[in-house]
Ligand binder design. Structure first.
Ligand code: GLC
Length: 419
């Protein structure tokens, strides 16, 4: 690498670290999938999976009449749930644009809703102090060139111009936008075919602070594991996106058992925090925009839990790679403090094995109770704990264990027997 190129790369990395600081500290965001498909309630891929003819599907654009300012309900719920940012589908694969676009009249202002739903969403985020993210699907089942662009050069030219035009509008008309969340770069196979580098340069020119995900066939700022939680390589930012009930779009046939419980969501937060990543948890609002009944109480419980245990989730966390956990709980970490999230309360005494290094303090978070601890070899024995789990919200109680150095706990199949 030439010196110039090296310096430019180093500068871009410093810049990225600075841009991403708020995001890395925020941990938890709300994903919102809302579009024409919400009226059918059979998953956001319904048009494709049922092979609904384009003209027939487009009738849904006439009948969609969401209630005014529905986005306020989402934003208020997101704030109450302890979420710090939102990402809403401005256009999903169905091709219907939720904003006032000049690129197509297949949009929310010209059709049924008669309003700019993106503008309402942006206002709601700002009202409730949340950062603003736009999801934008590159894949488009409605646009006449959305399929043929893969094989026809003229169609590709038109479709790429349409795509860049949409993105430029979104980046120009709504003030400061914090996240651009691309999705499904099909059917064009390379970043070159999409003109992704030029498109993202344009985005950064218009929104210098923005964060861009990895779905324009370029890595950009962060990775997006979907429906599973796995940390990317150390140093790379990542955000797991998860459905609440197995569908991104509104799906009323999902039985209650398919909805993640508040306890599940707290466990997800444990996992992302342990890998220094983020969680983007989805809601699929009803066609009128109201939040499905199942989501509200669950998210509010998560919010109450986060109020109490905020220190183990938000802020500058470190990866807990060198803390293996126990069958009754797992770790997150901030510097020299390891947080043990006890999710199966074992009683008044708890022993963690494989602990390396000196422990200086043990504290039951959110409680004034003085717990005792002692170390013997690799065993950390904590006593004077309550008999039952002190957390009544979801049954997960974090215990802060502060070490003299870097917290470490090792797993070993065999070990010296000791005395
Ligand atoms: C996908 C799906 C989609 C959903 C999304 C969220 O790849 O096609 O419907 O919007 O991921 O991550």
């Amino acid at each position: 690498m030439s010196k110039r190129k090296y310096e430019a790369t180093a500068k871009a990395e410093t810049n990225r670290t600075r841009r991403m600081t708020w995001w890395r500290r925020s941990r938890f965001g709300m994903f919102v999938h809302w579009g024409l498909y919400s009226q059918l309630g059979r998953h956001e891929w319904v048009m494709n999976r049922e092979r609904i003819p384009r003209q027939q599907y487009a009738r849904l654009a006439k009948t969609w009449k969401p209630k005014p300012r529905a986005a306020r309900d989402w934003a208020k719920l997101a704030r109450d749930a302890g979420m710090k940012y939102m990402v809403m589908t401005t256009k999903h694969h169905e091709g219907f644009c939720l904003w006032d676009t000049r690129q197509t009249d297949y949009n929310a202002v010209k059709r049924g809703p008669g309003r700019d739903l993106v503008a309402e969403y942006v206002d709601a985020c700002r009202e409730f102090g949340l950062k603003v993210g736009f999801y934008y699907s590159l894949l488009d089942w409605h646009h006449p060139d959305g399929h043929t662009c893969a094989t026809n050069a003229a169609a590709r030219k038109r479709f790429v111009a349409f795509t860049h035009g949409c993105v430029e509008e979104l980046m120009s008309h709504y003030g400061k936008i914090d996240i651009l969340w691309y999705d499904v770069p099909e059917p064009l196979a390379t970043p070159k075919a999409w003109g992704s580098a030029a498109m993202n340069e344009m985005v950064r020119r218009l929104q210098p602070h923005i964060l861009i995900n990895n779905r324009s066939r370029l890595d950009e700022d962060f990775g997006t594991p979907e429906e599973h939680i796995r940390a990317e390589q150390a140093g790379r930012a990542w955000e797991a996106c998860m459905t609440f009930n197995g569908s991104w779009g509104y799906m009323p046939s999902a039985p209650d058992e398919d909805w993640h419980s508040a306890r599940d969501v707290v466990k997800m937060l444990r996992q992302v925090t342990g890998g220094a990543g983020n969680l983007l948890l989805n809601i699929g609002p009803k066609p009128d925009g109201s939040v499905p009944d199942e989501a509200c109480p669950r998210l509010r419980t998560v919010g109450k839990w986060l109020d109490k245990y905020d220190q183990c989730v938000y802020g500058d966390v470190d990866r807990a790679d060198e803390l293996v956990g126990m069958p009754f709980g797992s770790f997150t970490r901030k510097g020299r403090t390891a947080f043990f999230w006890a999710d199966r309360w074992v009683g008044r005494e708890m022993t963690i094995g494989g602990v390396r290094g000196k422990v200086k303090a043990v504290e039951l978070i959110g409680s004034r109770r003085k717990v005792r601890f002692r170390q013997k070899g690799e065993r950390l024995m904590v006593s004077n704990l309550p008999a039952t789990c002190p957390d009544k919200l979801v049954g997960i109680a974090p215990i802060a264990i502060t070490f003299a150095g870097k917290p470490r706990q090792i797993w070993a199949a065999s070990y010296p027997a000791g005395r």
